[in-house]
Design a binder for this molecule. Structure first.
Ligand code: PLP
Length: 389
């Protein structure tokens, strides 16, 4: 049957992420070390698991309110205030979602009309572009550069703004580069946002994972709270990727619109996962600290080793990725990743998976054991020697 004639153009216009392609290839190479997937290698802390089991045993298996359990929204509101001095009313300004992924989709679909332009700093997470396409909007990729440690520059952003620009995505701390933006740098972006009357979707899923620098939420910049949709979640900070739990914080006037899209999309997030998240926020601070300390050790080892073996890498200050340049190998990102996997049994993701200007770079996730990282660095070193750089 020719399904092509049935499938909507907007679905045909998007593609499966290259990350999955490489992830699947890893399984075909025996003994390969994967630095491909951006998820914690830690299991979810036991007390969080137990909270979900308790919820099941207590029969808490029903739909929750669309916006999420009131108890969880209260905890999220307290957490954002306590950690980042951000204020969202738990009754009307917080929505619990199925991962930050669904939050991104809901936010983009609620804001973007056909022909609206969505400004996406790149390289960045793979979902912003296809979600914009599915909403009928136009993606406008705004390049960031290694010379600027991959922060978004206000002058570069200005160049890409037109009278159709509506939404700016702020993807910091950044996947794949590990870049973090300071308060002062965000203030400069805020000026551009005000000047051009943009609305901002800020993806702060890595807000707990910054090293030696504080995370500044975009909504905390003066004048930005009212024009920002804040997205975060539990996957990365609490090692809860499989629980599929995230959230949105937005001013009431926006949140009430987003809630409609969320409601007809999924009704609510899974009830037992929401109970687990309450426990994570109540008693999980130490778990976050412990995991972060371990990532930090690996981070330093990886970026220092990469520089030593000849792959230039700026110091990533957030998330759990290093983004070394492979330009001096003479290979492009795709070739480098394919050959590294086949010839040295190390899987990394080509920078181009995160946007065209990721060419010349690869992403290495250090959310794997120190032993794996040490062995991976040895293998990469051997590979680089072999190709003679
Ligand atoms: C920047 C960024 N945003 C969102 C997500 C999706 O997170 P979640 O598991 O909460 O859907 C990821 C996952 O890799 C990510 O890197």
């Amino acid at each position: 049957m020719d399904y092509g004639k049935y499938v909507a153009k907007r679905a045909k216009d998007i593609e499966i992420s290259t990350i999955r392609f490489f992830f699947n290839m890893v399984n075909e190479v025996e003994g390969a070390i994967s630095l491909c997937i951006g998820e914690p290698d830690f299991t979810t802390p036991e007390h969080i698991n137990k909270a979900a089991v308790r919820a099941l045993e207590n029969g808490q298996t029903f739909y929750t309110p669309n916006a999420g359990l009131p108890e969880l929204r209260n905890e999220i509101s307290d957490y954002l205030k306590r950690r980042f001095n951000l204020e969202y009313n738990p009754k009307s300004e917080i929505i619990v979602t199925i991962g930050a992924s669904q939050a991104i989709d809901v936010a983009i679909r609620s804001l973007v009309e056909p022909e609206d332009e969505v400004l996406i700093p790149q390289p960045s997470f793979v979902a912003y572009k296809p979600c914009t396409t599915l909403a009928g909007g136009r993606t406008v990729c705004v390049p960031t550069y290694i010379e600027d440690e991959f922060i978004l520059r206000p002058d570069v952003l200005e160049k890409y703004i037109t009278d159709k620009s509506k939404v700016l995505i702020m993807p910091y701390p950044n996947n794949p580069t590990g870049a973090v933006m300071t308060k002062e740098q965000l203030e400069e972006i805020a000026e551009v946002v005000k000047k051009h009357d943009l609305i901002v979707i800020t993806d702060e899923i890595y807000c707990e994972l910054t090293y030696g620098v504080d995370h500044t939420p975009f909504a905390s910049i003066p004048g930005m709270w009212e024009r920002t949709v804040t997205i975060s979640g539990f996957s990365k900070s609490y090692a809860m990727t499989g629980w599929r739990l995230g959230y949105i914080g937005a001013p009431e006037g926006l949140a009430s619109e987003l809630l409609k899209v969320h409601q007809y999309n999924v009704t609510c997030a899974a009830s037992m996962c929401q109970y687990a998240a309450v426990e994570a926020l109540k008693n999980g601070d130490d778990d976050v600290k412990k995991m972060k300390m371990e990532y930090d050790k690996r981070r330093r080892f990886l970026f220092e080793s990469l520089n030593e073996i000849g792959l230039e890498c700026f110091e990533p200050k957030g998330a759990f990725y290093a983004f070394p340049s492979i330009q001096n190998t003479g290979l492009n990102s795709q070739e480098f990743a394919e050959r590294l996997l086949k010839e040295a049994r190390v899987a990394v993701v080509p920078g181009t998976a995160f946007g065209e200007n990721g060419e010349g770079f690869v992403r290495m996730a250090y959310s794997t054991s120190m032993e794996n990282l040490q062995e991976a660095v040895e293998r990469i070193k051997g590979f680089i020697k072999k190709i003679n750089i």
